[in-house]
Design a protein around this ligand. Structure first.
Ligand SMILES: [Zn+2]
Length: 260
């Protein structure tokens, strides 16, 4: 614990997990209507850069939509004057197209894939498709952010694909799980977690993750526009026990993964 002291926030904070609107695809009176709104809200929350993708690619209905969504993400990133760091989406329903997309991503300087969101796309990560994607990502040096169904799956993936760096979204899909099980991935150095989602607000959760995995394996992420970025940022900063862990969690780990 840090004795109740709050460390001075960083001048640059990087978010590893966002989804942004483009061409008005997000419906809802309280949600950002376009990329400018989105970036404005993120900056107001003290966030300087964010890894993410355009919302419609998360649940692309076919390989063509996956491909065009990834290109939209890249164009939006170019328009954002460096705010958005593009992320390539892959989808286990379309493994061959996904591997092609990983290669395309690397050619375009993109070093992170995901967030693969099984519950949204209706996939339980069984079968060969997902394994083909995870293996290719490891060979290409692209880290994968994936929303799982629990720590059994996290440990199995990290053990089976030691070359692949995993960022397990929402502390390993913890929303309905148990933080004490995070120890099951502690001895797997390629397993990291992001703090996005609602578990970060539960008492002691981010502190426990930092203690068990080390600050170099916990990444700040907000999942904005789904969740509010200000509350997640402040909660995560307060969980960091010292200045070095604050730098790692809130920026440096992501800099390392994106090679920026
Ligand atoms: Zn997400």
């Amino acid at each position: 614990m840090n004795g109740g002291k709050r460390h001075q926030p960083l001048t640059e904070t990087w978010d590893c997990h966002v989804h942004f609107p483009y061409a008005g695809v997000i419906e809802g009176p309280s949600l950002p209507r376009n990329l400018d709104d989105f970036i404005g809200a993120m900056r107001k929350a003290g966030i300087s850069r964010a890894v993410g993708n355009v919302w419609e690619v998360v649940n692309a209905p076919d390989a063509a939509a996956l491909k065009s969504g990834n290109r939209t993400t890249l164009s939006a990133a170019e328009e954002s004057s460096g705010f958005i760091i593009p992320q390539v989406m892959v989808n286990p329903h379309f493994p061959a197209a996904s591997v092609d997309e990983l290669k395309w991503a690397l050619d375009n300087g993109i070093r992170m894939a995901g967030e693969i969101c099984g519950y949204i796309i209706g996939h339980k990560y069984k079968g060969k498709g997902i394994r083909k994607i995870l293996e290719a990502a490891g060979e290409l040096g692209i880290a994968v952010d994936i929303h799982l169904y629990g720590f059994d799956q996290a440990a199995e993936f990290a053990r089976s694909f030691p070359q692949t760096t995993f960022v397990f979204a929402h502390f390993g899909g913890l929303a309905h799980g148990d933080i004490t099980r995070i120890a099951e991935i502690a001895d797997l150095p390629n397993a990291m977690v992001d703090v996005s989602g609602t578990a970060v607000f539960r008492t002691g959760v981010p502190e426990h993750a930092i203690q068990i995995l080390g600050a170099e394996r916990v990444l700040f992420g907000t999942d904005y526009f789904i969740d509010d970025p200000i509350t997640t940022r402040i909660r995560t900063e307060l969980a960091c026990p010292d200045r070095r862990s604050l730098e790692l969690v809130m920026r440096e780990n992501l800099k390392r993964l994106t090679a920026l």
